[in-house]
Design a protein around this ligand. Structure first.
Ligand code: ATP
Ligand code: MG
Length: 304
């Protein structure tokens, strides 16, 4: 389990992470979303025992990362894919994995390396030098490197940044495979579809933790969504009357009037206003919010 309490990190005058509290259960895939500079990487680095905690605390797998000895144990136990993984250009793929396996005192190294080459489909590139690999292959190798010590807890900082859709899909398959193996995964990402496809829960961070929920629950909680009202007949008078009643100008489309719903203007009020304006409704639909809409709404509601 991973647990933080009012976890805070300052860099001089800058507060990068402010009083963040959450719990991640064993075996959970947890996504951290947030704009650039939101503190995602800083949070991961604190959890990984790589940088100090300014205030509050974090416990990873029973170890308090504020204690240097325990932080060292955390580092040894977990698998980390950093934002910019350092790989040695002159080593081959196999040599790279072997090198890091040796560094981490992995028993039965050869088998472990073969297993990783196989699992991450790196076999055909085993003897390629890192310098000759494309970005996608390098990322796959960096992932393999993060898994070299067979970690039960894996931190991935933007694992699909700069990858093409196919390579991204392969990385997501690897994340799901980690979940199937019972690993706990914390994933920083800007890709909302990645969160939808891989994460059990998601936290939205902007220095502070603004929301934490299952992706579906976040979508459902989003209240801003356009309603499309199909009508037997639309004319300028009707549009004008609806606009007056609702205080918002409807868009006129082929499907009818499109009117944004908000908490203060729910679907029921929109329908009532159209009826009161003399509209004969043939259909009324509110689009389900996408995770992106929900995410943007959370950020907007939290203000700047
Ligand atoms: N070593 C450092 N020294 C000074 N400031 C830092 C340091 N590391 C991070 N920061 C600051 O902390 C804040 C959070 O940065 P962080 O890298 O954690 O954000 P992020 O959410 O990972 O952003 P991105 O999506 O761009 O990767 C930023 O204002 C950043 O400039
Ligand atoms: Mg980052």
């Amino acid at each position: 389990m991973i647990q933080t309490e009012a976890l805070t990190r300052r860099f001089g005058p800058v507060t990068a992470v402010d009083a963040v509290t959450f719990q991640i259960a064993d075996g959970e895939v947890f996504g951290l979303l947030g704009p650039n500079g939101a503190g995602k990487t800083t949070t991961l680095r604190m959890l990984a025992g790589l940088i100090g905690v300014t205030e509050g605390r974090a416990v990873v797998d029973g170890l308090d990362v504020r204690d240097p000895a325990q932080a060292a144990q955390v580092r040894a136990r977990l698998g980390l894919l950093p934002e910019e993984p350092g790989l040695y250009p002159d080593l081959t793929v196999r040599e790279t994995l072997d090198f890091f396996a040796r560094l981490q005192h992995v028993p039965d190294r050869r088998r472990r390396v073969d297993d990783l080459l196989d699992r991450l489909a790196l076999g055909e590139r085993a003897s390629s030098r890192v310098a000759t690999l494309s970005k996608g292959w390098k990322q796959r190798l960096a992932l393999a490197r993060a898994l070299v010590n067979e970690p039960r807890i894996v931190f991935l900082d933007e694992p699909t940044a700069n990858l093409d859709p196919e390579a991204s899909q392969e990385v997501r398959a690897i994340i799901r495979d980690l979940r199937d193996r019972g690993c706990t995964v914390v994933l920083n990402t800007h890709r909302l579809e990645e969160v939808e496809r891989t994460c059990d829960r998601v936290g939205i961070l902007r220095t502070r933790l603004l929301a934490i929920a299952e992706p579906r629950a976040l979508r459902r909680a989003a209240t801003d969504a356009p309603a499309t009202i199909g009508l037997e007949h639309v004319d300028a008078d009707l549009v004008h009357a609806v606009a007056q009643r609702l205080g918002v100008q409807p868009d006129v489309t082929e499907d009818g009037l499109v009117i944004p719903c908000t908490p203060s203007r729910p679907m029921a009020d929109v329908v009532a206003a159209v009826v009161a304006a003399g509209g004969r409704i043939t259909r009324a639909v509110v689009a389900e919010s996408s995770l992106e809409d929900a995410y943007l709404e959370v950020l907007r509601d939290a203000g700047r």
